[in-house]
Design a protein around this ligand. Sequence first.
Ligand code: UTP
Length: 297
Amino acid sequence: MAQKARKVRKAVLPVAGLGTRFLPATKAIPKEMLTVVDKPLIQYAVEECIASGIEHIIFVTGRRKSAIEDHFDFAPELEHFLEERGKPEQAKLVREISQGLQFSYTRQSEALGLGHAVLCAAELVGDEPFAVLLGDVIMEGAVPATKELVEIYEATGSGAIHVERVPRERVHLYGIVDAKPMNESKWGEKVLTIHGLVEKPSAEKAPSNLGVTGRYVLPPEIFDYLETTKPGTGGEIQLTDGLCRLAEAGKMLACVYEGRTYDAGDKLGFLQATVEIGLKDKKLGPRFREYLRQQKF
Ligand code: UTP
């Protein structure tokens, strides 16, 4: 029998959540369309996909999310208008948003959890490995976060997720892994074998301080596990439960992320992203730095 293809071509971006932490901003606007400097959050994730070799993006959307579809659709009138007005740079920016990618959309009729949202994409993903990116998390590092996980998956055939060290007082906000170094010389202590995961534990009960960040590369078997996962509190199906089952089968790895993660779905994380990415911006950065310097904090 031919071996299953291991190339990761597809990414699932679940964007059907209600964004309650960001109300009232998210009453009518999807959280993933909130802007950090000059791009909506979701565009950071899509650009990471492009930089990671992803060819096909599957959005799991919900009600009030059509702005996301519009953002990644072609806009010939706008491009034409900008060209006519002598603004080819802006026309290029608009054109490049979705260039070279295939987009598909499916609906999660009710926000029943991240695991349920991923399961909604099962048919579009089919029998192949895929990435999952949380659209409200920006990850910035020397290597695109998803690319790093794709490389681990393609080398091992095991699912891979990014984790980062979380301060004790924030452990209860994360999925926390129980993991030991894999001892694969190529990765040193950076890649760990996951033995278990706990969703939002108390600091006392947490098996480590390594929190799941919001980037995953998973084998299609995850769908079988999610299908048989019983809903927990609030009828939600957690992705963590499916990851636990993969870990039990010895097929889950964690990679300690060395870049910067912003949970921009949270107000403080959003402000941190705005300040730090603003400071790094080539055009805006120097003036913004000067402005901050003049403030009396
Ligand atoms: P979050 O938990 O950060 O999103 O999920 P949320 O539920 O919208 O946020 P709050 O807590 O109410 O403020 C991470 C990502 O998963 C998606 C969200 O849209 C977000 O991008 N998600 C979450 C779904 O697509 N469906 C769900 O049922 C839950």
